[in-house]
Design a protein around this ligand. Sequence first.
Ligand code: DP6
Length: 326
Amino acid sequence: MKATAIAPANIAFIKYWGKADEELRLPLNTSISMNLSGAHTTTTVEFSDELKADDIRLVDGQFSETEKKRISKHLGRIRDRAKIRTFAKVVTQNSFPKSTGIASSASGFAALTVAGCASAVIALSEKELTVLARLGSGSACRSIPDGFVQWDAAGQSDDSYAHSLYAAEYWDIRDILVIVATEEKKVGSSGGMEGVHTSPHFAARLAVIPQRIRRLADALVKKDFTALGTVIEEDCLDMHRVMQTQSPPLNYWTEATKRIMEAVVGWRSMGLPVYYTIDAGPNVHLICETKDEERVVKSVKAMKGIKEVIVNRPAEGTHLVEEHLF
Ligand code: DP6
């Protein structure tokens, strides 16, 4: 059976950086994110007796051999669950060009999991789907539930799943994604995270996260934007301090990244409430309220070195659609 799913990318407000178990992708801390409306992956999967190997393709680009192996390994997990041995054809398309440098592993593995399970005709609960997606890429589990999502750290695989805190409609804030570099990053998150324990700041980060999760939860309940932005920016800086003090150090910021970070602080001091957050790359997410979207977009577009600006609203989670890619 052919099945197609659309999965949003997500931006972490409290970041996942460090695994307790590499193979199971069990995180060392709980993380919280928001699904993004402007960046998603569509994937069609069909298991078929006629195939002699998995046939994996990307529309408008090419997967590397390493990427194909990682996708095949994930298809193997779905085959194990479904107790089948057939190979699959997979066609996947990103709403954002691969060259924008936006990480696609979260939306990619979320779409692959949901389309793959539907194609193999295995009915899993949302919770089970997030556990399975997590094995492909940790942050992918957060792209499955709706809107604002929490992924719990736990000692057992079945307990480390993602669940929606609030639906997408709960709070109409914006994530203005500013693309400053389009090259593929040299060190991806999986590799980068391996060195996390070499940072002298990592233990302090883990110790402070429960308190930060509580502050974020409180800001969400109260829809207190200043409190929300403050904790998001704080956690971003904290994760990057860990990255930058790992051995070997990981520095994802470029000059343009730093210019935007400084500009945001300046805009805030002039009365424009906007906060930044950055994942394992140089692109910057600007978090603001709907009423300030235009001002933020205008201010950032006036800066040098900006390649593209994508305005995101909170989005629903991964879902099946009728229209297939092949
Ligand atoms: C910095 O989910 O890509 O974006 O589990 O190894 O696939 P793997 O890592 P991945 O890491 C994402 C790291 C981050 C922070 C976050 O999204 O929480």
